[in-house]
Design a protein around this ligand. Structure first.
Ligand code: PEP
Ligand code: MG
Length: 310
């Protein structure tokens, strides 16, 4: 199939035969949010809140956080926005939440793991998010980064609901979480696959290291097989499965992900129109055939080629 040009994107993500796949934006600032809204994003699939604080020497107050989040939510009144709680550590260190020196920061106390010892920080952030949601009128859900087990997912969902936020989800970024997708989905309302970290941890290949970038290719069949497990669990439980890593921004891979059971795709603003148009130019059956070909391929190049032929 030929990937359609941007002109054919009408702002509602569907295949040509009407299978719905939401096309959402990844944002980290008010400027990103405006760019995503201008590009026609149906909502936000990943708001990286730590981007508001990369230079902050100390934890911002609840009021400061609420104002920062409300500024990002503003263009999305009445629309779905998934706010991610702080993903501090490894490639995104925060001065006020830095863990002790660790030999392997990517495998250390990062993401949700920070919150187990600092519940106070999580609870203040949730309070600020709930306030910003009310102020902006956006339909806000909250999700946690770097979740490994269903027990962690359940712990997080309980704290989110205690903060008065209706929908709680988690990211699937660790292979163990993909393998436990069914149990995790039973504990939360939705999941979103972070393909950048899921690739890094699947291939034991640092996402920041050029020397191993070949392993971190989102077309790797082993990565697609893990994503399929999550898509299957989503179908079995009737819950939403998003992708918010870079993989979602590739129009051909977006078809494969749709065929694997993914129900929303979240990406940088520049990719929204081309991914939306690509979906509109294909049927669900073609997406499923592309997914089957990519899954069965021996390597990333063959996966891409197999998908392109469908
Ligand atoms: C990911 O890991 O794919 C993801 C979306 O999160 P981040 O890139 O912020 O780690
Ligand atoms: Mg990540």
């Amino acid at each position: 199939a030929v990937v359609a040009g941007p002109a054919e994107w009408n702002g509602v993500g569907t295949t040509s035969d009407g299978h719905r796949v939401k096309v959402l934006g990844n944002v980290g600032s008010p400027a990103d949010a405006r760019a995503a809204a201008d590009a026609g994003a149906e909502g936000v699939g990943l708001f990286r809140t730590e981007f508001c604080y990369l230079d902050a020497p100390s934890e911002p107050s609840v009021d400061e956080q609420r104002a920062a989040y409300a500024a990002v939510l503003a263009p999305f009144a009445g629309k779905q926005v998934i706010v991610r709680t702080l993903d501090a550590g490894a490639d995104k260190p925060l001065a006020f939440l830095s863990p002790e020196e660790e030999p392997n920061p990517a495998l250390g106390v990062r993401g949700l793991r920070v919150a187990f010892d600092r519940r106070d920080v999580l609870d203040r952030q949730l309070e600020a998010i709930a306030g910003a949601a009310a102020e902006s009128g956006a339909e806000v859900s909250v999700m946690a980064p770097m979740v490994a087990t269903a027990e962690e997912a359940a712990w997080f969902a309980e704290r989110v609901r205690a903060a008065g936020i209706a929908r709680a989800g988690v990211m699937i970024e660790i292979p163990a979480a993909a393998l436990s997708a069914r149990e995790i989905l039973e504990a939360v309302d939705f999941v979103s696959i972070g393909t950048n970290d899921l690739a890094q941890y699947t291939f034991a290949a640092d996402r920041q290291l050029g020397a191993v970038a070949k392993l971190n290719d989102p077309w790797q069949p082993a990565l697609l097989r893990l994503i399929k497990l999550v898509g299957d669990a989503g179908r079995a439980t009737g819950k939403a499965v998003g992708v918010c890593g870079e993989a979602a921004a590739d129009p051909l891979l977006a078809r494969v992900l749709t065929g694997l059971g993914v129900t929303s795709l979240s990406m940088n603003a520049a990719a929204i129109r081309v991914v939306g148009a690509g979906l509109a130019a294909t049927t669900l059956a073609q997406c499923e055939a592309a997914a089957a070909a990519a899954l069965a391929a021996p390597d990333p190049a063959a996966a891409r080629e197999g998908a392109r032929e469908n």
